[in-house]
Design a protein around this ligand. Structure first.
Ligand SMILES: [Fe+2]
Ligand SMILES: [Fe+2]
Length: 293
C-alpha cells in the first residue's frame, strides 16, 4: 500500500504561517511514501514568494520526504506582462524545479505530474499533444499491479465545484486528454485549483472516461477560502489500482484533524465508494469538508 499526502494551493504570499508549520509537523509524524503538491505554490509568482515556497519544500526534504510538485496558474506572473509571455515559469524553474512534468514510482504506485499552467490563459489550464504522448509513454512499462496516478493543477474536465456549485472550467483539449489517460490505464487523477475537496468517479461526470477516480484537494495553507471550506489536504492509501482510501485532513483553527474518510473499490470497471467514518470538525462554526461519493 502506498501512503500519499496530497497537498495543493499552498500559495506563499497569502498563506497562514501557523498552518504551514502544522503541515510540516503532520507530515513529519506520518512519513508518507510521497508528498504531492498540485500547484499554486505562490500567490503572484513573485521572487520572495518563490523563495519562501522553496524553503518550505527544502524543510520537507530535510524531514526525509520524497516530493512530486507541479506548477499552477498562480505560479505564472499575472501583472508582469513581459515575464508572463517571455518566461512564464522562469521563476518556478529557478526556485522550485526545472522538471515541469515530474515522475515518481514507488513499489505500489507510478505517478506522473503534468504542467497545465499557461501564459495565454489567465486561470484556465491546458494540456498539449506532447504531454498526452508523455502520459501514454510513461505508463507503458509500468507493472500491471501498480496504481497509476496522474497529477495536474487544473482538473481535466468540468466538475460541479465552480463558483457556487456550477460546473467549473475544463482544461483545454480535455477530450483528447481523457483518451490519453484511458489509454495509459490511469486509476486516479489528483488536482487542486478550486480550493475545494471533492471525490467522484469520472464516469459519473463525463462519457468514455474509463475507470478513473477523480480526487480534488482543497487549499492546504491559503487564507483565501472558497465556500468557507477550511484549509485541508488529502491523505491517501492506495492499493494496486483497485482500492483506495481517502481521508481529508482539515484545519480546525488550531490543529489538523481527521475528517471525512471514504473507501473506494473498483468493481466491474466502476468505482464504488463507502463512507468509512466521518468525524465532525471540532470548531462549532466550521463545517467539515464534504466528500461527494
Ligand atoms: Fe489556488
Ligand atoms: Fe489555481
Amino acid at each position: 500500500m502506498a501512503r500519499i499526502a496530497h497537498l495543493s494551493d499552498i500559495h506563499f504570499g497569502a498563506n497562514d504561517p501557523d498552518i504551514v508549520a502544522a503541515t510540516i509537523a503532520w507530515l513529519k509524524e506520518k512519513q508518507p511514501d510521497l508528498v504531492i503538491i498540485s500547484g499554486d505554490l505562490t500567490q503572484r509568482a513573485r521572487e520572495q514568494q518563490f523563495r519562501d515556497a522553496a524553503a518550505y519544500l527544502q524543510a520537507l526534504r530535510q524531514n526525509g520526504h520524497r516530493l512530486l510538485v507541479v506548477p499552477g496558474n498562480h505560479d505564472v506572473p499575472l501583472y508582469d506582462i513581459l515575464r508572463r509571455f517571455i518566461s512564464p515559469l522562469g521563476r518556478y524553474k529557478r526556485h522550485i524545479s526545472d522538471e515541469l512534468c515530474p515522475w515518481a514510482e514507488t513499489d505500489e504506485a507510478a505517478i506522473l505530474g503534468i504542467n497545465t499552467a499557461r501564459s495565454l490563459t489567465i486561470k484556465d489550464g491546458r494540456i498539449n499533444e506532447e504531454q498526452m504522448q508523455l502520459i501514454r509513454q510513461r505508463f507503458r512499462g509500468v507493472a500491471a499491479n501498480k496504481s497509476r496516478i496522474l497529477v495536474t493543477h487544473h482538473p481535466l474536465f468540468e466538475l460541479p465545484i465552480g463558483h457556487g456549485n456550477e460546473l467549473s472550467e475544463a482544461v483545454g483539449r480535455h477530450e483528447d486528454a481523457l483518451k490519453a489517460i484511458a489509454d495509459a490505464g490511469i486509476h486516479l487523477t489528483l488536482a487542486g485549483h478550486f480550493h475545494r475537496t471533492y471525490a467522484e468517479a469520472a464516469s459519473k461526470m463525463v462519457k468514455d472516461a474509463g475507470p478513473i477516480l477523480v480526487i480534488q484537494a482543497g487549499t492546504a495553507t491559503s487564507t483565501r477560502l472558497r465556500n468557507q471550506e477550511p484549509q485541508s489536504f488529502n491523505w491517501l492509501h492506495v492499493e494496486q489500482g483497485d482500492r483506495m482510501e481517502l481521508q481529508v485532513i482539515v484545519w480546525n483553527g488550531k490543529d489538523f484533524q481527521r475528517a471525512s474518510h471514504v473507501g473506494f473499490a473498483l468493481e466491474q470497471g466502476q468505482w464504488q465508494s463507502e463512507d468509512l467514518a466521518t468525524q465532525p470538525v471540532a470548531k462549532d462554526n466550521m463545517r467539515s469538508a464534504q466528500i461527494q461519493s
